[in-house]
Design a protein around this ligand. Structure first.
Ligand code: SF4
Length: 489
């Protein structure tokens, strides 16, 4: 799909790539329906939770160093800034840098939602620029501004001449998509529109754009890439505006999760010819090798990469084989964003653990280049199938599945979900860090974490014995599919 950087609005995942938030069936059926174009998302007759795409978009942007976010909306929407602000400061401190990003809410009130407040917004943008001298300014919307049609594009155009740093309108009204990951695309679109510049003539780069969340494996990946004369530029946590302006000069773009990196990767390839590494991700043995080999192929470094893989295999593979003996035959349920759900399913399969059910918080039928997500394609090509559902973090569906299947293990990338599993008596592994299964070394660590979780189950057993859950026997007898309603369209 062509990426249009002349428009500050980016279409939602539902409209752009046919993503859905409701489905129940099997992995193969999900893929077959996607491929032949018959897949339709279901609605829910009951929804327990949801998340706003604004938080996702603004959380991504505010991690960029020394910028300003001006969130035009009621204080209730801007409150997401509190968590983001804290996280950004912690991540900067951890890296040993300073992030002076400011996050300003315009505190829209009832008058503003009736009469509009674009004049005040202009004054606020100019004042923020004067007071904080940010390196870029993102003027962002909310449901309230979207509903009354506040023209933030015109506000930005009117004041552009008075501000000597990039300034851009960011359309992140929460109501426009059920999929919070649309926020990733919105933040990428804003960065591409306002900060990324065409490549400078004659500049030779050995950089790889690496889209991730919190760069926890930064030192380790820098060291690994030195073996191949490559240098990663991690995005967006602690990025500088200067770094982002040169993304178009990189040798390639890669990401830790296709859900996170798909829009930026495809857009950089389409606009500037920067190749996007389209492979399964770095989790597990096959994932790590496939990913590195694809980088080798794209950057002309295959020989160096094969040598590195051979050395590392000798160190880690015998240990992984050893721990696998103790994991064989375990049954697992997992609930994650769609990128990780299908990547981690592959790793569990590699470790000899049977996935009995996988929940994806949403599902992208295809990515922006029109391909089926590689993690999904790998499972299908290797004839791996299991029951699957698409459920936007509806905890009651997770609990229902855990109660029905009584797995040895539940894995999730969202802490709220693992806490409930533990209260239910199910050992759970919180795959919090995006690098928790990265490469051979972390795959081995991950296997040990699973072993730790299942070997001593007294914590879960005791907690479950003393916890009264709100879910009744009647509730547990319902089929998860009972809550899904097929859309008539
Ligand atoms: S969904 Fe709308 S009203 Fe709710 S927090 Fe997001 S922007 Fe604000």
């Amino acid at each position: 799909m062509a990426i249009n950087l002349n428009n500050s609005n980016v279409a939602t995942r539902e409209n752009r790539i046919g993503s859905i938030t409701g489905y129940i069936g099997s992995l193969k059926d999900l893929a077959t329906q996607s491929e032949c174009g018959t897949l339709k998302g279901c609605s829910r007759c009951f929804s327990q939770s949801s998340s706003c795409l604004s938080s996702c978009a603004l959380g991504q942007l505010s991690a960029i160093r020394d910028i300003a976010i001006i969130h035009h909306g009621p204080a209730g929407c801007s409150v997401a800034a509190a968590g983001t602000y804290y996280l950004d400061k912690v991540m900067a401190k951890k890296r040993g840098v300073t992030n002076n990003t400011v996050y300003v809410g315009t505190d829209m009130n009832e008058n503003d939602t009736i009469f509009g407040s674009t004049e005040q917004l202009k004054k606020i943008v100019l004042e923020v620029n004067k007071r904080y001298s940010p390196k870029a300014i993102f003027v962002t919307s909310s449901c309230a501004t979207g509903i009354i049609g506040e023209d933030i594009d015109s506000v930005v155009e009117d004041i552009r001449d008075q501000i000597d740093v990039p300034v851009v309108a960011v359309h992140c009204e929460g109501f426009k998509s059920r999929i919070w990951a649309t926020g990733f695309d919105i933040s990428d679109h804003a960065v591409l529109q306002s900060i990324v510049q065409p490549p400078r003539e004659g500049v030779k780069s050995n950089k790889i754009n690496f889209k991730n969340f919190y760069e926890s494996a930064r030192p380790e990946i820098i060291e690994m890439f030195k073996n191949f004369d490559l240098e990663p530029t991690f995005l967006y946590c602690n990025s500088t505006v200067e770094e982002l302006s040169h993304l178009s000069e990189a040798l390639a773009t890669t990401c830790i999760c296709g859900t996170l990196g798909n829009y930026l990767g495809n857009a950089l390839e389409e606009k500037y010819g920067v190749p996007y590494i389209r492979s399964i991700n770095q989790c597990g043995i096959v994932g790590f090798e496939t990913w590195l080999r694809e980088i080798g192929r794209v950057t002309g470094r295959s020989e160096k990469i094969e040598k590195y893989l051979e050395e590392q295999r000798a160190i880690y593979l015998p240990k992984i084989e050893e721990v696998k003996k103790q994991l064989k035959g375990l049954k697992a349920v997992l609930g994650m964003g769609p990128g990780y759900t299908f990547e981690v399913s592959r790793v569990l399969n590699e470790l000899g653990i049977e996935v009995v059910w996988a929940l994806a918080w949403h599902y992208d039928k295809k990515y922006d280049n029109g391909d089926v997500p590689p993690s999904m394609k790998y499972l299908l090509d290797n004839d791996i199938d299991f029951e699957a559902s698409v459920s936007d973090q509806q905890n009651y569906e997770v609990m229902n599945i855990l109660n029905k299947y009584q797995p040895d293990l539940y894995l999730s990338r969202h802490p709220g979900s693992t806490v409930w599993a533990i209260k239910n008596g199910t050992p759970a592994v919180y795959v919090a860090d995006e690098y928790m299964i990265f490469g051979y070394k972390h795959t081995l660590d991950f296997a040990y974490s699973i072993l730790d979780s299942i070997q001593n189950r007294s914590f879960e057993k005791n907690l479950a014995k003393r916890t009264k859950l709100p879910y009744t026997d009647w509730w547990y007898k319902q089929n998860v599919g009972e809550f899904l309603v097929h859309d008539k369209a």
